[in-house]
Design a protein around this ligand. Structure first.
Ligand SMILES: Nc1ncnc2c1ncn2[C@@H]1O[C@H](COP(=O)(O)OP(=O)(O)OP(=O)(O)O)[C@@H](O)[C@H]1O
Length: 290
């Protein structure tokens, strides 16, 4: 059984495109990233999976359960964190957390307490007194306190400071080691590269690629940085050329010997040739698709 499976899942908002013909499979126990630029359709996919909006066509299952007919069973096994949660502003954090547990008919007090301590969340505060980051923490506790088998998290780290982001991912890694499947959407590629084993790339409502983050990040392209020159060398296969005073940098996917021959004739003071990170690869990928 897959943790998540969509078959030709399509969502239109009236005439405008949400997602198109999405075929996505995530295995149980995976730590999976869902990447795409703004407006790509990440939230639409996730909200359709959670039954918050109805698909126009196609079907999907979470943990083998149909998203349309088995919504209640899904609620008890899946944890969902929306990209922007809105809570009743006059309720206290502990009341919101209890309400979320009650909806699932579960006593989650012990786990909620642990999560609040780790995230340094003051449960006595009213929602209206909280910063964006602290409201985000309330969402995290609501999504994770019932120890779901599948966690679906929509841009979970936006608004969290770096220390809290690290703590949050530490919690997810522990859950994943205990067998939970983690599905996290983001447009921060470094975060996906660091934590996820597999990832799907989505753009303009369509799935562009689905593979291990290692394979997605594999490329023969190099990032070349040259010190002591003002203009880029005359070479084919150069992209994303940047000049900055007395240094030049570019992506290169041509012949390495040709590159080294050309560089040896330049008055360089320094040079570095490195693997581009996932971010650079995908920027490049998006551009090529245009
Ligand atoms: N309620 C809505 N009514 C009409 N169009 C919508 C609605 N929600 C989303 N869309 C459109 O669907 C497309 C996908 O949007 P979606 O919010 O799913 O993207 P996203 O990848 O989550 O983007 P972001 O990273 O900015 O959150 C966009 O073109 C968007 O304008």
């Amino acid at each position: 059984m897959d943790a998540l499976k969509t078959i030709s899942l399509t969502k239109y908002y009236g005439k405008s495109r949400g997602i198109l013909d999405m075929n996505l499979t995530v295995e149980q126990g995976d730590f999976f990233g869902f990447i795409g630029p703004n407006g790509a359709g990440k939230s639409t996919t996730i909200r359709t999976l959670l039954g918050l909006i109805a698909p126009t066509s196609g079907s999907a299952q979470l943990l083998g359960m149909d998203i349309l007919c088995q919504k209640e069973a899904i609620l008890s096994h899946v944890g969902y964190m929306p990209s922007e949660a809105s809570f009743y502003r006059n309720m206290r954090v502990k009341e919101i957390i209890k309400l979320s547990a009650d909806l699932r008919h579960r006593d989650c007090r012990a786990e909620a307490k642990k999560l609040c301590e780790r995230l340094e969340l003051d449960v006595t505060k009213k929602i209206r007194e909280l910063s964006l980051g602290n409201r985000k923490k309330v969402s995290i506790v609501c999504a994770l306190q019932h120890m779901p088998d599948l966690c679906i998290l929509d841009e979970p780290t936006s608004g969290l400071d770096p220390l809290m982001q690290r703590e949050f991912y530490a919690i997810l890694e522990e859950r994943n080691q205990k067998g939970a499947t983690i599905f996290v959407s983001s447009h921060i590629l470094s975060e996906i590269q660091r934590y996820c084993r597999h990832a799907a790339v989505i753009r303009e409502g369509r799935l562009l690629a689905l593979d291990s983050t290692e394979r997605l990040g594999h490329t023969d392209t190099k990032r070349v940085w040259l010190g002591g020159v003002h203009v880029p060398p005359d070479l084919p296969h150069m992209k994303d050329i940047q000049t900055d005073g007395d240094s030049v940098s570019f992506l290169y996917d041509g012949n390495l010997k040709e590159l080294l021959n050309t560089l040896s004739a330049l008055p360089l003071t320094d040079v570095s040739i490195t693997e581009p990170d996932l971010e650079e690869i995908f920027m490049h990928y998006y551009e090529e698709e245009n």
